[in-house]
Design a protein around this ligand. Structure first.
Ligand SMILES: CC(C)(COP(=O)(O)OP(=O)(O)OC[C@H]1O[C@@H](n2cnc3c(N)ncnc32)[C@H](O)[C@@H]1OP(=O)(O)O)[C@@H](O)C(=O)NCCC(=O)NCCS
Length: 147
């Protein structure tokens, strides 16, 4: 499948965020804090003009070390019928390359249990214990040094 990955607006991510991450909840639940920050990056993966997957990257500290430039991956999602075709991996890889060009050294995320293997396969490590995000469920913090 020929996929084009490009920057999009936060609002353009909503159809995929809603279907995959906020199912059954109001569309307004698809708006994340930080979406409209100037430093935030939103990516969409398209095939024949159809949006299939999205990911967002937002400035967020990883640790107490303020000198480390870190960003958080938010809203990583691919429409169910396109899962396991490498689209999620391509979006994340595209994002990592962009962040490296901006000298971002750490990318981290709060990973849902179902997505742990996806991130592990792309080189991310678990940090700390499982924790619960209200209305979303169990998560682990995961991270990777971008080099
Ligand atoms: C997580 C998600 C984005 C992965 O997207 P995807 O396009 O299906 O992933 P890819 O096809 O690029 O997968 C790359 C590799 O990750 C691993 N992987 C992906 N999904 C997996 C799963 N459900 N179980 C185990 N391994 C998985 C596999 O090793 C896969 O390679 P393979 O198919 O050759 O074995 C997608 O499943 C999704 O949108 N899920 C619902 C929303 C969600 O939970 N998002 C994560 C929030 S933290």
């Amino acid at each position: 499948m020929n996929i084009v990955i490009q920057r999009i607006s936060a609002a353009e991510t909503y159809p995929v965020r809603h279907a995959e991450l906020r199912k059954g909840r109001p569309l307004s639940s698809c708006a994340f804090e930080g979406d409209e920050q100037q430093s935030s990056i939103h990516l969409g993966a398209y095939a024949k003009d159809k949006l299939m997957g999205v990911a967002s990257f937002m400035k967020a500290p990883f640790s107490e070390q303020a000198e480390v430039t870190a960003m958080q991956l938010r809203g990583m999602a691919v429409l169910t019928r396109f899962h396991r075709q490498g689209i999620g991996a391509q979006i994340l890889d595209f994002g990592e390359q962009m962040l490296k060009e901006q000298q971002v050294s750490i990318l981290w995320m709060n990973a849902r249990i179902l997505a742990l293997d996806f991130y592990k396969n792309l080189g991310y490590s678990i940090l700390g214990n499982e924790f619960h995000i209200p209305e979303v469920g169990a998560h682990f913090k995961m991270w990777k040094h971008l080099s």
